[in-house]
Design a protein around this ligand. Structure first.
Ligand code: SF4
Length: 425
């Protein structure tokens, strides 16, 4: 996650310690109560763990990474198996568990499992399409102890409904959002950027202001599940740059006018580099601080396989939620903590040792120490090589410092990875 508000405007948010360490969280070393929870280095982070608690969903979204439908999927983890898994996560001291799906609210024992998680000292968060959150459900969510609820939208009104495969989904999601806000539940919006909605970004920011939405996360598309079949819907590199320009300008505008909002982008660490370059080109005094925070975080270097994990409906463990085509093992057979620390799997070893494995333009990029080569799963999907460059990197060769000699070196080493046609331009 790239915290645009934090990096660009210097505002603090609750995720600062995990994302940027002590300096980022403003934690003094004498503040032991807080500093004990701040990892010493990004490499030592325990993974924020996504648990796809069910594959079933009441909607049928175009880019669903789990290819979910409204049917019963047999053999999902039982309540007892889920509780044992959560106990292991608590013992392993993961910083947060994200209950996701499918749509997690269709699972009947969701609240029982979340209460159990909270009782074990875990920080449960919820990722939902929001359409099932009537007043009663909102009250249960609040009581159960979710630390955060993220509601997915893909645009305003009909644009959203078209993506979500249901007329009225937008109004239902907003009803859910308002019901939660009314109870004081911490809640935010999640929007996946695509070619079909990025032109509406200005309108989306107006909407964030009108609806007094405190937090919005803009996700880049990752080619997985039904999202894999619409790779042509991902933003071109030029469109990604335009989107970032809008996101940064509107975030700064909120800050200037004293509107306290947390704006983040997700699943493309290149956004952080783009933001840093933006500050450096303007000789902003914030640039040095941003570089320091990014040096601690190191982008994709410590994300999937290190600081992010996914456990699916059936208990399979993946490097992240978009990597369901690869499993490290199953929590029914071995504890998650054992699977996660077992580096006998070549992909696990590689992900935990990314700088030595990276190939192509990322290997020679002047920003690799800050960006870490962004999303490995996109490289895996497009090039069938988890350590190739991220095809969604929208920085030019010149911007990343790739000289003609370096390009010749990559050619000689067989490390040329052409960007798919649909993403150029
Ligand atoms: S080339 Fe690779 S390391 Fe450099 S900014 Fe792009 S994705 Fe990041």
């Amino acid at each position: 996650m790239i915290d645009i508000t934090k990096l660009l405007c210097g505002e603090t948010s609750s995720g600062d310690a995990i994302r940027y360490g002590r300096a980022g969280a403003g934690v003094e070393s004498r503040d032991h109560s807080v500093s004990q929870r701040v990892p010493k280095s990004a490499a030592e982070r325990r993974p924020v763990t996504v648990w796809n608690i069910t594959r079933r969903c009441n909607l049928r979204c175009v880019h669903c990474y789990t290819d979910s439908r409204n049917i019963r999927y047999p053999d999902e983890l039982t309540t007892a198996e889920g509780k044992a898994f959560l106990a292991d996560l608590a013992e392993f001291e993961v910083p947060a568990v994200l209950f996701s799906g499918g749509e997690p609210l269709v699972r009947r024992d969701l609240f029982e499992l979340v209460s159990h998680a909270a009782g074990l000292g875990l920080r449960p968060t919820l990722s939902t399409n929001g359409t099932l959150i009537d007043k009663k459900t909102a009250a249960r969510i609040k009581e159960t102890g979710f630390t955060y609820v993220g509601i997915s939208l893909d645009g305003i009104g009909e644009v959203n409904d078209c993506f979500r495969g249901k007329k009225g989904a937008f109004e239902l999601a907003m009803r859910g959002f308002r019901n939660l806000v009314e109870l004081g539940q911490r809640v935010g919006l999640r929007l996946t950027l695509t070619r079909q909605n990025y032109q509406d970004l200005e309108k989306i920011f107006d909407f964030i202001e009108e609806e007094e939405i405190d937090r919005a996360c803009f996700y880049h598309l990752v080619y997985s599940g039904r999202g894999a079949s619409i790779a042509e819907s991902d933003l071109t590199h030029g469109q990604s740059r335009s989107a970032l320009e809008v996101i940064m300008r509107r975030t700064e505008d909120f800050h200037r006018r004293g509107l306290k909002k947390n704006i983040l982008t997700v699943d493309n660490h290149v956004d952080g580099i783009y933001l840093l370059r933006h500050l450096e080109q303007r000789n902003s005094p914030r640039a040095a601080k941003v570089r320091e925070l990014m040096e601690w975080n190191r982008g994709g270097t410590y994300s999937s396989g290190v600081g992010i994990a996914d456990v699916d409906f059936f208990g399979e463990v993946h490097p992240d939620q978009f990597w369901m085509h690869y499993s490290f093992g199953n929590v029914r057979k071995r504890k998650f903590s054992e699977i996660w620390t077992d580096t006998s799997d070549p992909l696990m070893t590689g992900l935990k040792n990314r700088p030595a494995m990276i190939r192509g333009r990322c290997r020679l990029c002047r920003y690799f120490q800050l960006c870490g080569g962004a999303m490995r799963v996109r490289a895996d999907r497009v090039y069938n090589d988890p350590f190739g460059p991220d095809p969604a990197c929208y920085l030019t060769d010149e911007e990343i410092g790739l000289s003609e000699e370096m390009k010749a070196e990559l050619t000689a080493a067989g490390e040329v990875y052409p960007v798919p046609e649909g993403l150029t331009g």
